[in-house]
Design a protein around this ligand. Structure first.
Ligand code: FAD
Length: 318
């Protein structure tokens, strides 16, 4: 069976859930090999093995850490040339998509971004993706080169694999071509204690209907262990940080549950959330367009509905 390369998404060896999802998908297509760039491999090894990585290509060179995405694209290109994998899977994060695009150019391969499902098909790797701002769902296969697929978070349920050990570790050094730009300073994001928006299983978002008071949205999100998102109207008003914007010009999320609070459901907002598995809206206008795509809708004032829902969830947990 051919190898399937999975680019590991981690912070100092703490592996993100998206990597467990990608390794689970990789096992449908061939033999998963993890590609680990950065420090902290010892901390990551157990989790890579648990989700099925047999082999690990590792780049721990401190020099690489000083550079941006380019070394990762370069090193993946070197690995594609030497291993002829069945596919390369990367997370569909902004960074992952830049790496995937660079890799596709370098290896003259087809690229599919924002896949929400990946399976082994008759013609190779068969993907399902959401296109044109989520207006269509298409199935696609790569017909040239190595299939490179950027997969959205929450596209698979991580499944543990018995027997994999990740104990074949191949150290790798990317070529000098990878050093065109470097990081001169980095500041950690202020921690909120909430999950990262693009990989959260539950997202609760607030819009103009909050009137700028996100406290009820945040309380409700915290009762569910959810990330908090915002519509562009709320972000443009300066009520919530730009990094929390969901939509066409914000982040694309695809959680198990998305709750839109005081958001009308404009096409540009839908583009960032309509592949969510279950969609709930709270809006006081029963004709708001968001109700066209929800699984469950609550017509009501969010300042009445959300505190009651928060209390009910807390009571159910006690
Ligand atoms: P509104 O459309 O004003 O809706 C507010 C809703 O809150 C209404 O439905 C109202 O009934 C309800 N409401 C009011 N008070 C309450 C209450 N107390 N309780 C319950 N409900 C209440 N938008 C995005 O979100 N993301 C994007 O990435 C994005 N990109 C864009 C890109 C372009 C090029 C353009 C042109 C627009 C983009 N937009 C984007 C903006 C988009 O078109 C909408 O203007 C925006 O999504 C509206 O935000 P909203 O739903 O919060 O506000």
């Amino acid at each position: 069976m051919a190898e399937v390369l999975v680019l590991v998404d981690h912070v100092d060896g703490k592996v993100r859930k998206t990597t467990a999802e990608l390794l689970t998908i990789a096992r449908r297509l061939g033999e998963p090999s993890a590609v680990f760039v950065g420090a902290g491999f010892d901390a990551a090894k157990e989790s890579l093995a648990r989700f099925g990585a047999e082999k690990v290509y590792r780049v721990e060179s401190p020099e690489v850490l000083e550079h941006l995405v380019v070394p990762q694209a370069e090193l993946l290109a070197q690995l594609v040339a030497s291993t002829s994998p069945a596919a390369v899977l990367v997370p569909a994060s902004p960074e992952g998509k830049e790496i995937a695009a660079r890799l596709a150019v370098k290896t003259e391969s087809g690229l599919i971004t924002d896949a929400v499902d990946v399976q082994a098909g008759d013609g190779g790797v068969a993907t399902t993706q959401s296109v044109f701002a989520g207006s269509y769902t298409v199935t696609a296969t790569v017909t040239k080169g190595t299939p490179i697929v950027a997969v959205k978070p929450n596209s698979a349920t991580p499944e543990e694999a018995a027997g994999a050990a990740a104990d074949e570790v191949v150290d790798f050094t990317p070529s000098d071509a990878a050093k065109g730009a470097r990081i001169t300073e980095s500041k950690p994001k202020q921690a909120t204690g909430r999950p990262e928006l693009t990989e959260a299983a539950i997202v609760v978002s607030g819009g103009r209907g909050t009137g700028g008071d996100f406290s009820k949205v945040e309380d409700f999100a915290d009762s569910l262990g959810a990330a908090v998102g915002a519509s562009r109207a709320a972000v443009d008003a300066g009520w919530y940080p730009h990094t929390s914007q969901v939509g066409q010009t914000g982040k694309q999320v695809s959680p198990q549950l998305y709750v839109a609070c005081g958001i009308s459901g404009a096409i540009q907002h839908r583009a960032g959330m309509q592949t969510s598995k279950t969609i709930v809206a709270v809006n006081k206008d029963n004709e708001a367009p968001i109700f066209e795509l929800v699984d469950f809708g609550v017509v009501g004032d969010l300042f009445n509905v959300l505190p009651q829902a928060t209390e009910a969830i807390k009571a159910a947990k006690d």
